[in-house]
Design a binder for this molecule. Structure first.
Ligand code: CDP
Length: 244
């Protein structure tokens, strides 16, 4: 625990490494808020595409990030979503998961001004809630003072297979090769950008999820949580209100 008197568990890792699944299930078991920061970058990318803003126009995209209102709320409907995401009141919960957004989101996420805007909101939530926060730079930049940092990795072929199955289940017409290539490109961009590149924090516990079932992954993480946070990990406080 830090002086915060709330608990923050940071989970970082590459695309489809299991972060969102682990984050959501862990938060549910602990009674913490689950916050997937990737949706904010996806929301900015979606808004840029929607308004036909040139994705390579850093200034325009940065201004857009500061202008739009991103809201993340409990699901509100029963179509398989785990939460809802709104941009200026428009429900974009599924739209931000489309391959077109996958293609450009890492470009948007590399802009320092965009990161600065979103990081401010993310840190505010991290300081005021018992939260499992998921992303690329939570343990290194957003919440370097997190009580526990977990970093997930898995071979890119396995991660692409997972994402391909997810997209297929949603009826997206995309081939495995396209998913694999897009993921390789995103991994490269995320880990080579100048600001807040994807990397494990020095004090993160690394879990390789390549050969783990979801249940095994959660069990392993829960064990780490209990041994690292002890009695604090039994804090329960569910948040049903919008977090932003
Ligand atoms: O679910 P998946 O791992 O495919 O991606 P995501 O977590 O939704 O994040 C989408 C993109 O947002 C990433 O590829 C990063 O470019 C960016 N991102 C970031 O830069 N920092 C974060 N804390 C979270 C996401």
């Amino acid at each position: 625990m830090t002086a915060r008197n709330t608990v923050c568990i940071a989970i970082d890792g590459e695309a489809a490494s299991g972060k969102s699944t682990l984050g959501r299930l862990l938060a549910g078991k602990l009674g913490y808020l689950y916050f997937d920061t990737g949706v904010m970058y996806r929301a900015v990318a979606w808004a840029a595409l929607q308004r036909a803003i040139d994705i390579h126009d850093e200034q325009a995209v940065t201004e857009l990030a500061a202008q739009i209102n991103i809201q993340i709320t409990p699901p509100g409907c029963d179509d398989g979503r785990h939460y809802s995401v709104f941009v200026d009141g428009v429900d974009v919960s599924w739209a931000i998961r489309e391959p077109a957004v996958d293609k450009v989101v890492s470009i948007v996420a590399a802009y320092p001004g965009v990161r600065q805007v979103l990081k401010g909101h993310q840190r505010q939530i991290g300081l005021t809630h018992n939260v499992v926060m998921v992303g690329r730079d939570i343990g290194t930049e957003v919440m370097p003072d997190a009580d526990l940092k977990i970093y997930l990795r898995a071979p890119v072929e396995e991660r692409a297979r997972r994402r391909y199955l997810e997209l297929q289940a949603r009826g997206e017409e995309v081939s495995y090769e396209e998913v694999l290539n897009s993921m390789r490109q995103r991994d490269y961009q995320d880990s080579h950008r100048a600001v807040a590149p994807l990397r494990a924090a020095d004090d993160a516990i690394v879990i390789d999820t390549g050969h783990l079932s979801v249940e095994e992954m959660v069990t392993r993480a829960l064990k780490i949580v209990r041994s690292k946070l002890g009695e604090h990990s039994s804090v329960t406080s569910c948040t049903d209100s919008p977090i932003r």
